[in-house]
Design a binder for this molecule. Structure first.
Ligand code: NAD
Length: 453
């Protein structure tokens, strides 16, 4: 395909036609990126920091515009989209401190001085999924730029508009042309070309585990480093001694936020058997009260799914003859609407328990004791996030240490903060984004020995 008609998930209207980048255009972009990168890396660290602060300021000033664009292109509720736009400014602000703090080491050796330098790769490729188009782009480009790289972002086919606007805002903020380029295109075509391109030295990929494995294989052929942020099937573990009202009240948000299109969605709720029925009683009103509707409305908590194709995939998990425990409501008519849905799986092997649905469908299962809870939480190929509800601090720590997952949260569902590391175990990924070390992940370590003899 040479381009795509972008669709508003709320009413299925066409927003606009967008042409895809050709591989010749990619070559030109990489050449321009190399020129920009050399000048960028040669700037004083404080000057790079100042540019990133200016970029953060321009993003903040355009947060409302970016948020409205995301509502239209992705169907995110306006409240969420505002958070996302401001989060991009926060991420840029946080990594604006990095150029002046990329510290090497001085290592004691005989006969001289040994020092290390953290040097940029050059041009970095950032491949982004459709579920959080601007925030996930920024997790790649902000620390990469801070470390002195140029960045080529490939947004997902369905949701390129906010990333394209961010590239314009970078220019408006005074970043050099060519330093941050956003190139729309198809994964198997442009994405593959980015992975294969000899002028692109590192790949950050966020998306499905299937595509991530292909990206890793392509990068292996070029011996190119990758950071992979992939799928998830996270557990929300509720013990009998927990504040059950709190656990039940917060469980819907932990899985239905962004219509469940969240790699961190707590899509398996594991409840200690002695309070299983009571928890379901408390969960039902919280689910039916979840406000699904027009993403432009301030009070909306959940909008539509992103596309017709994705809607059909989510729907395949809950066919008409599949009994559900209870459901919330959703608008009918045009738009990719899907109600919040709670299912009781037939067994622990049910695909509702094992597969990433990436929609507003949650499975609730009982467990017997602490060991069973940990075993069940770990009975997945994924390991991205998870939550633990208990009043016993020792148990909270034991379970947090026992669950093979990159991001755990006790008596809460927090998982993404720009100042803390984020990433997955097992098939949820390789490497970490965000947090204090992310800029260093966009550097090569160079060791230099200086003889004093
Ligand atoms: P996807 O894998 O289909 O696509 C992700 C991106 O990769 C898109 O830009 C796509 O065009 C591109 N792509 C696809 N095939 C490619 C290939 N062969 N080579 C190079 N690029 C390719 O995923 P999606 O459907 O857009 O996103 C949903 C998935 O992303 C879910 O599995 C979700 O869990 C995961 N995700 C993970 C995280 C995380 O941080 N771990 C965050 C968000 C989403």
């Amino acid at each position: 395909m040479t381009g795509i008609d972008l669709v508003d998930p709320r009413d299925e209207s066409i927003i606009r036609r967008l042409d895809y980048t050709t591989t010749e255009q990619l070559d030109d972009a990489v050449a321009a990126a190399h020129v920009a990168q050399r000048a960028w890396a040669a700037l004083a660290p404080a000057a790079r920091a100042e540019h990133l602060r200016a970029f953060a300021g321009v993003v903040r000033a355009h947060a409302e515009e970016l948020a409205q664009l995301e509502v239209r292109n992705s169907g995110h509720p306006i409240g969420n989209a505002r958070w996302e736009a401001n989060h991009v400014a926060d991420v840029l602000g946080y990594y604006a401190a990095a150029p002046e703090r990329l510290l090497g080491a001085q290592i004691p050796v005989a006969g001289g001085i040994d020092v290390t330098f953290l040097e940029p790769y050059g041009v970095v490729g950032v491949i982004v999924p459709w579920n959080f188009p601007m925030t996930i782009a920024s997790w790649g480009f902000a620390p990469a730029l801070a470390a002195g790289n140029a960045v080529i972002v490939k947004p997902a086919e369905w949701t390129p508009l906010t990333a394209l606007r961010l590239a314009e805002l970078a220019l408006a903020a005074g970043l050099p042309a060519g330093l941050l380029q956003v190139l729309p295109g198809e994964g198997p075509v442009l994405g593959t070309a980015i992975v294969d391109h000899p002028g692109i030295r590192k790949i950050v990929f966020t998306g499905s585990t299937t595509a991530g494995a292909k990206v890793m294989a392509g990068a292996a052929a070029r011996v190119k480093p990758v950071t992979l942020e992939l799928g998830g099937k996270s557990a929300n573990v509720v013990f009998a001694d927990a504040d059950l009202e709190l656990a039940a009240a917060t469980a819907p948000g932990a899985v239905f936020d962004n219509s469940g299109q969240d790699c961190c969605a707590r899509s398996r709720i594991l409840v200690e058997r002695s309070v299983y029925d009571r928890f379901l009683e408390l969960l039902e009103p919280a689910v039916t009260a979840f406000r699904v509707g027009d993403p432009r409305a301030e009070e909306t908590q959940m909008g539509p799914l992103v596309s017709r194709k994705h809607w059909a995939r989510v729907d395949s998990f809950v066919p008409d003859d599949r009994q559900v425990a209870f459901r919330g409501s959703a608008p009918s008519g045009r738009g990719f609407w899907f109600p919040p849905t709670v299912v009781i799986p037939d067994s622990r092997d049910d695909r509702l328990v094992t597969d990433e649905i990436f929609g507003p469908v949650v499975a609730v299962l009982p467990f017997d004791d602490e060991a069973d809870a940990i075993a069940l939480a770990n009975a997945t190929v994924y390991g991205l996030s998870g939550s633990i509800f208990t009043r016993d601090l020792g148990r909270a720590l034991r379970v947090a240490r026992g669950v093979e997952s990159g991001n755990l949260s006790v008596n809460s569902h927090s998982s993404v903060r720009y100042s803390t590391p984020f990433g997955g175990y097992k098939r949820s990924g390789i490497g970490r984004e965000l947090g204090p070390d992310a800029a260093a992940a966009f550097t090569e370590t160079k060791n230099v020995f200086i003889s004093t003899e």
